[in-house]
Design a protein around this ligand. Structure first.
Ligand code: DAT
Ligand code: MG
Length: 140
């Protein structure tokens, strides 16, 4: 399995509760390395652009409000099979369905405010990394 990179966000519900370090520890314990990281406060329009694939969903407006309600930490994670591994460490979208020990099982507040985002495929990982970071900011 080749070394892979994926995109991750620590969401506003988690930065508000000062959980950045606890969440990064979950990634590091799983063998994922943070090779880029920045704390930023998205505008609603920037959140809307990032989540545009969900534009037709009933929760889209709520999602964009939430993602722009407080700072986020945007990150690039690197490791063997990083896209799948990150999704495993995150747990299911709805924390009620998330496996014990996953980030969402331990920290998420609801299906909407679920502490982390993670890319779901190589194409989306590449797009999402490029939306937030320049090549110069990726430091393996
Ligand atoms: P994931 O974040 O696990 O990839 P997704 O891509 O289906 O899940 O949805 C993106 C985000 O949208 C999700 O993290 C939280 C929000 N969301 C999804 N389903 C929702 C719902 N039924 N109600 C409210 N928010 C929802
Ligand atoms: Mg998704």
């Amino acid at each position: 399995m080749a070394l892979e990179r994926t995109f991750s966000i620590i969401k506003p519900d988690a930065t508000r509760r000062n959980l950045t370090g606890a969440i990064v520890k979950k990634f590091e314990d799983a063998g994922l390395r943070v090779v880029a990281s920045k704390r930023i406060h998205l505008t609603k329009a920037q959140a809307g652009e990032f989540y545009k694939v969900h534009a037709e969903r009933p929760f889209y407006d709520e999602l964009c409000e939430f993602m722009s309600s407080a700072p986020i930490v945007a990150q690039v994670l690197e490791g063997e099979d990083a896209i799948t591994k990150n999704r495993e460490v995150m747990g299911a979208t709805n924390p009620a369905d998330a496996a014990p020990g996953t980030i969402r099982a331990e920290f998420a507040e609801s299906v909407g405010e679920n502490s982390v985002h993670g890319s779901d495929a190589p194409e989306t990982a590449a797009e999402e990394i490029a939306y937030f970071f320049s090549g110069l900011e990726l430091v393996g």
